[in-house]
Design a protein around this ligand. Sequence first.
Ligand code: NDP
Length: 314
Amino acid sequence: MSDTIEKIECLIIGSGPAGYTAAIYAARADLKPVMYTGMQMGGQLTTTTEVDNFPGYPDGTDGTMMMEDFKKQAERFGTDVRFGLVTAVDFSKKEGGIHKITVDNSKVIEAESVIISTGASAKYLGLESEQRLIGGGVSACATCDGFFYKGQDVIVVGGGDTAAEEATYLAKLCRKVTMLVRKDEMRASKAMQHRVSNTKNLEVLYNTELDAVLGENVVEGVRIINNQTEEKTELSVTGVFIAIGHKPNTDLFKGIIDMDETGYIITKGKSTKTNMPGVFAAGDVQDKEYRQAVTAAGTGCMAALDAERYLASL
Ligand code: NDP
């Protein structure tokens, strides 16, 4: 039940690079944006240690600190950043209609425009040892963390395009990469499989799964299992990359916003427009291809400009 209703011009859902960049632009355009951060304030980057590939940080930066900087910059122009979870949405189908958004099952916001930047979450296997060592050698992003394993031996779990892409990327940096594929074939496209088989220091183990990550505070190795023979083997590696897919955080919008078969929001043409007038989507929630902080930030900027133009046209 609602206890208060607040009317605003622009609501931003989610606090990753896309959300904060949208907030900076929307605030500077005087849309007085309100942002609800979600439970993981700062998004996926807060689970990375160092960010070396965001332009403007010549010496790299810490993911959490970078998101703090994003937040400060958004607040400097007047974004109202609030900790809270959007729990329901009632989007108007009418051009110029008012969107009703419920926060924490109680507060209702009436917004003229909404920017969805709820991101995506990397899928993990769920092993206790894997969960314990996230940030200690277990990662779900080779582009973010691969550099730290230069000249070392690592494994990649998964047999899809992401796993193949991450494995070939890592092979350029690491001494040896071993890919664990649970079936007797890869799901990755033929072109990607070709790249994998043409990479000398990349070995693929089929019918093989991760049984445990070894090490107390940092990864010291892995125990793997052949799911046909049940034979267990230990490999000495320092990095474990889980690449079994991402899940866009779109459950809240199912049946309301148009999505593809894997749950990513569909945006129109080169814009951030969704099928609902005045509702825009930016960042990983609508991008399964690039998924970088800098590309998310770019689409966040686009979403704020799209929202501004939409409001001006009413
Ligand atoms: P996918 O869902 O395509 O592949 C996931 C892989 O992980 C599969 O090999 C799957 O095995 C495996 N897997 C899933 N769960 C487990 C588990 N519990 N244990 C072991 N292995 C597991 O995800 P991707 O992220 O690879 O790709 C998502 C989409 O993005 C795809 O459409 C892909 O084509 C696209 N993409 C395109 C790229 C490009 O074109 N450059 C780059 C990256 C992604 P199984 O096959 O047995 O189910």
